[in-house]
Design a protein around this ligand. Structure first.
Ligand code: FAD
Length: 405
């Protein structure tokens, strides 16, 4: 273990330090900057790295509206593709589900690296915000008092730096450090393991459908999601802990064809696989999402398995609420937003976790080998296809309700 050198430079002081430049941290930083609240954003990776890291792609329309109102979605709105239907494929048949017609809201397909690129550019290049890349050994001090501080090692000089602040926004994702400060005596972490793995794939191939396709199959779940005119995301259910190296190009495509091909659907267009990794499907929730002067947002507070494409949407929801609360607190001293922050976020977090769990059973039941789970999953699907009220409830959860204005 490397022992950081002692703090040598004099401490800096800003109202807010944000840790992590993902969608959550960048959104908070941009909103603070626009409101003239000083902040420093610390990120362990380089700018090039975060602008290329592939992950999410589906953004709910309420989130697009909220980002747009804050001047953060110009390029997104210009370039993203709206989606209004999804399709279930089961027993050789296709079932389209028109959720936008039921709710009035759509998804926008916009790869996460593009959103991150836009948010970094807006914060650093347009709004002149302070962002420090490549920092090491981030540590927090005094979060239960009035004078918290963040320490980190400067990547260029190796010096230990200290920033004194009033609030710390912990936006450093699932592998970050801030969540570890919510120790068992300060909060709880609830976990859920789905017991399945997903092979997450990105293919250099145009989408083979105009919408998200859920392939429900006894061999295992398979999914198709467009990312751009040239790139498509696919998922294959695999045993948890499986090694991506077990999945050759030919095996991947043969399995995708087996799970997603139905009569009347356009054939899958194959392409080079540019990402291939196994995700063990699990979720967690930290409660409360705050301790003292530390406020967690996004994946640092809650991981939601990407079954229903909810993680980045939740991260944006937290970030919008936290940023508005911070602007009020730093501007007028009104701390009501900060006091209500955790409860307001957790309501949506649990709704999205519950929906992901519900959808998981629908898509994974038929490959479980358990006839009871198969029968229940089929009943679930029939209900949303046959009952208008069940369809409306599903559509509302799938697209996410209006939240932050
Ligand atoms: P992150 O994006 O993880 O950002 C955290 C940042 O903090 C990173 O840049 C990291 O480098 C940095 N960091 C980490 N540790 C430190 C530290 N100690 N100090 C400083 N910085 C640190 N969600 C959806 O809504 N829709 C989808 O379609 C979707 N698809 C997905 C597909 C896949 C394959 C995966 C893996 C996820 C998907 N998600 C989706 C989830 C989504 O990607 C995450 O929920 C989202 O990235 C969370 O944003 P965040 O800002 O909270 O965290």
């Amino acid at each position: 273990m490397v022992i950081p050198s002692p703090t040598s430079a004099p401490a800096q002081r800003v109202p807010v330090v944000i840790i992590g430049a993902g969608p959550a941290g960048l959104t908070v930083a941009n909103i603070l900057r626009a409101a003239s609240v000083d902040c420093v954003l610390l990120e362990t990776e380089s700018r090039e790295f975060i602008e290329q890291r592939p992950r999410a792609g589906f953004i709910e329309e309420w989130a697009v509206r909220a980002l747009r109102q804050r001047g953060l979605a110009d390029r997104l709105v210009e370039r993203a593709q709206p989606h209004s239907e999804c399709e279930f494929r089961i027993d050789g048949e296709r079932h389209r589900f028109p959720y936008a017609a039921l709710t009035g809201d759509r998804h926008f397909t916009y790869p996460q690296p593009l959103l991150v690129t836009d948010l970094v550019r807006e914060y650093a290049d347009v709004r002149g915000g302070d962002i420090r890349f490549g920092v090491r050994d981030v540590a927090l001090q005094g979060i239960d008092g009035d004078r918290p501080a963040v320490l980190y090692t400067d990547p260029e000089t190796g010096e230990r730096r200290r920033i004194d602040c009033r609030i710390i926004a912990g936006c450093d994702g699932a592998r970050g450090v801030t969540r570890t400060y919510v120790t068992p005596d300060r909060g709880t972490v609830s976990r859920y393991d789905y017991g399945v793995g997903w092979l997450a794939l990105l293919a250099e191939a145009p989408p083979s459908s105009d919408c998200v396709v859920f392939g429900i199959h006894p061999r295992g779940f398979g999914a198709h999601m467009s990312r751009s005119p040239e790139v498509t995301r696919y998922y294959l259910e695999v045993p948890p802990g499986d090694d991506a190296e077990n999945w050759s190009h030919d095996r991947v495509w043969s399995e995708l064809h087996a799970r997603l091909t139905v009569a009347g659907a356009p054939p899958l267009t194959e392409g080079r696989l540019i990402e291939k990794r196994v995700l063990d499907m699990h979720s967690y929730v930290v409660e409360p999402m705050t301790y003292g002067r530390l406020f967690l947002a996004g994946d640092s507070a809650h991981l939601v398995a990407p079954i229903a494409a909810k993680g980045m949407n939740l991260a944006l929801h937290d970030a919008l609420l936290l940023a508005d609360a911070l602007v009020a607190y730093c501007g007028t001293g009104d701390d009501s937003g900060l006091r209500g922050y955790s409860a307001a976020c957790l309501r949506r977090v649990w709704e999205y976790q519950e929906f992901s769990q519900w959808l998981s059973e629908l898509i994974h039941g038929p490959s479980s080998g358990d006839p009871f789970r198969t029968g229940s999953a089929q009943a679930r699907l029939r209900r949303i296809l046959d009952s208008p009220s069940a369809a409306a409830a599903f559509a509302e959860s799938y697209i996410g309700k209006e939240a932050v204005r």
